[in-house]
Design a protein around this ligand. Sequence first.
Ligand code: ZN
Length: 378
Amino acid sequence: MSASPTLALACELIRRASVTPDDAGCQTLVAGRLAPLGFRVEPMRFGDVDNLWARHGDGAPLLLLLGHTDVVPTGPLDEWSSPPFEPAIRDGYLYGRGAADMKGGVAAMVTAIERFVERRPRRRGSLALLLTSDEEGPAVDGVRRVTDVLAERGERIDWCLVGEPSSTGRLGDVVRNGRRGSLSGRIVVQGIQGHVAYPHLARNPVHDLARLLSKLADTVWDEGSEHFPPTSFQVSNVTAGAGADNVIPGQAEAAFNFRYSTRHDRGSLVAAVESAARALGIDCRIDWRHSGGPFLTEPGRLIEAVGDAVESVAGYRPELSTAGGTSDGRFIAPTGAEVVELGPVNATIHSIDERVLATDLDRLSEMYEGVIDRLLGG
Ligand SMILES: [Zn+2]
């Protein structure tokens, strides 16, 4: 059996061990496929991050396909059924790190573009592909930097299709039309160290921290909305004490994260936490890290095109969802573009034995081609 062009390209990408922020030659491979089709191919390297901007045509509207070539680390190699950077097909599944997140999606985008451009050399608007090698990392020198360059040049994106693995049970059952915001905090509570038998001479920061975390965890931040699940506060790490059971420690630390809807913003959440700490009289310092605000694409041309393209391949229409982690779509949405994510089934992403149904990659490529056709086709 010979592999389809999409499956063959996915295998070539998996063979390049591109753990964040290494691109390991993936973007050069893709650039070599797009340049002969008439794409203006532009590598943009910032720091140790490789980005590839490739555009076909000059006019509006501009449809952007967005993806990443980096992958997360493999975890223990001996737990994999086959080596993670040697693509293998077993029982109809393609195994390998990045098969689902998201070299499968990148391969499907490239072959969809190839078929579209070869079939319809004259089209309206422009088609672009943007790849970064820093989606799974700090995401500082990746899509965020490229959008700055595009804004300076006045290159405006109208629609952005992200290839992140959005599907849950079967291909195309869920597409994401928005994402929650993500705000992390690291709190250090200052107490006074002492002997547990003399608590009146000490101040226990663990007790202070516990009171604050309990209050924040019990707060109903909002009830969610038509498009967003309720805002959630979660504690991820708590540290205090040096192991001795007769010492009240001098400091206690915790890390927490908000995933929040459009009913909140960074400022309102920071203010709520700081005022809760003040109300409890807690002596603390909080460092904040904001990964991205929430965004939402309302039903419009892009959502309609994606829904129709999925239905014509799969026979069902996708459900719209804003659940899940953040993605690079958060850097494109603030430019005013409509952003939708459609990609493979996400059941095994970041796991040992990451895999995707091999035939899903061909069907995904057809779906992407259908979206391009509907938005830019003659
Ligand atoms: Zn991803």
